[in-house]
Design a binder for this molecule. Structure first.
Ligand code: CTP
Ligand code: MG
Length: 262
């Protein structure tokens, strides 16, 4: 990746690239037919309320470095990744801090101000992507320890012709549906998968999925928006270390994973 850091608090000022709505609505081309560059959108604008009081979650430290730095380091180290666009906490301090952190990393990294929901943060970053990126991954900053192999596998699956790809793991617990404190059903675990990021898409499909979404009913992942269009979503194997750091316990687990790696 070449060295370039740009910054914009307003996605409309982030570059000359067209907004997703400018993508032609003609038949979807697969990335395999028209190879371009690979961009990764990193939603990092969340508050981290379940982690407890403190800085926005992406800026909280793990092994002495912010979660966002762990996540972006892996992405810029991935051979298939060309550009990383981070949706930062939209307040002036959050934006300035993310810009400062990314300036110390190699690679083409950019910053936009995130939104009120994860879906809005992704949409704002999508609007700021360079025009020549035809494969787009979306990767939670909170999945700070995701191995680079998962990133490469998702890009490879999109390049092989899948329009939408998600890393998944089998579900270990028995899952039951409840109504209040009463069990209403036991769900067949063998057909369930826990879903991780990075999720990968052709740019056309991700842009169409976001354009068709309802911002007042935000989805918790991007593949859900693609499913709502009736388009197929493929799976690749996820990884235990790609877990989302959500609670204080997850941070303890992440510290242990990091210690074992070092
Ligand atoms: N995210 C975002 N913009 C938002 C909300 C979330 O970019 N408005 C990002 C988070 O920064 C995180 C990812 O989406 O990297 C997954 O969200 P989650 O784990 O829920 O993080 P938070 O929203 O920060 O945590 P919480 O829900 O506990 O407040
Ligand atoms: Mg959240």
């Amino acid at each position: 990746m070449s060295r370039a850091v740009s910054m914009s608090t307003d996605p409309a000022e982030a570059g000359p690239d067209p907004a997703p709505s400018a993508v032609p609505s003609a038949a979807v081309t697969t990335a395999a037919e028209a190879p371009g560059r690979v961009a990764v959108i990193v939603p990092a604008a969340g508050k981290g309320e379940r982690l407890g009081p403190g800085a926005p979650k992406a800026l909280r430290e793990l092994g002495g470095l912010p979660l966002l730095v762990h996540a972006v380091r892996t992405l810029v180290a991935a051979r298939s990744v060309d550009v990383v666009v981070v949706a930062a906490p939209p307040n002036p301090q959050g934006l300035a801090e993310v810009q400062r952190l990314l300036a110390d990393l190699p690679g083409d990294t950019r910053v936009v101000a995130g939104g009120r929901t994860r879906q809005e943060s992704v949409a704002l970053a999508l609007a700021a992507l360079p025009a020549d990126c035809d494969v787009v991954l979306v990767h939670d900053a909170a999945r700070a320890l995701t191995p680079v192999d998962v990133v490469e596998a998702v890009v490879a699956a999109v390049r092989a012709g899948a329009g939408a790809v998600i890393p998944v793991l089998p579900v270990a617990d028995t899952i039951k549906a409840v109504d209040g404190d009463q069990v209403s059903a036991t769900v067949d675990r063998s057909t369930l998968r826990a879903v991780q990021t990075p999720q990968g898409f052709t740019r056309d499909i991700l842009a169409k999925a976001h354009a068709a979404s309802n911002p007042s009913l935000p989805a918790t992942d991007d593949a859900g928006l693609v499913e709502a269009l009736g388009l197929p979503v493929h799976t690749v194997p996820g990884h235990a270390e790609a877990f989302k750091i959500t609670t204080p316990f997850d941070l303890v687990l992440a510290e242990a994973v990091l210690r074992r790696r070092r």
